[in-house]
Ligand binder design. Structure first.
Ligand SMILES: [Zn+2]
Ligand SMILES: [Zn+2]
Length: 140
């Protein structure tokens, strides 16, 4: 997403595109890979020297809530984050386990499975998460 578009989205929520928020968003949109909060902090400080780690965490939580960044899991059990390219609609992520590259895909085929699960378990399914882990063409 372009910075202007992001700014518009924040404004719709009554929020400003502050320097720390801009720094975090720039790092994520530039990278195309999942990044840990510490890595976002490190890179973000190149454009905004006063960026603090606590601010990075807070900003990530806000942006996640707005659907602008996606939390992804890592092998170590920690979380890292990736920028969302198309915040509209339903999509999932394909993550390269070697370089951390993240691709989005939207043709999720879970509908049938979820319908079956609801029937079998009596659960009222509200949401689902799906992360596909693999090895990208470059890393193979
Ligand atoms: Zn890769
Ligand atoms: Zn899905």
């Amino acid at each position: 997403m372009k910075i202007a578009e992001l700014e518009q989205r924040l404004r719709e929520q009554g929020l400003k595109l502050t320097r720390p928020r801009q720094a975090v968003l720039e790092v994520l949109s530039r990278s195309g890979s999942r990044l840990s909060p510490a890595e976002i902090h490190r890179q973000g400080r190149r454009s905004y020297r006063r960026l603090g780690l606590v601010t990075v965490y807070r900003t990530l939580a806000l942006l996640e809530e707005m659907g602008l960044v996606q939390r992804v899991h890592t092998e170590t059990g920690c979380h890292s984050f990736a920028g969302v390219r198309s915040p509209e609609g339903h999509h999932h992520q394909l993550i390269c386990k070697d370089c951390g590259r993240v691709e989005e895909f939207s043709d999720c085929a879970s509908e049938q499975l979820l319908a079956k699960l609801q029937k079998e378990t009596g659960f009222a399914v509200e949401d689902h998460r799906l992360e596909v882990i693999g090895c990208c063409p470059k890393c193979q």
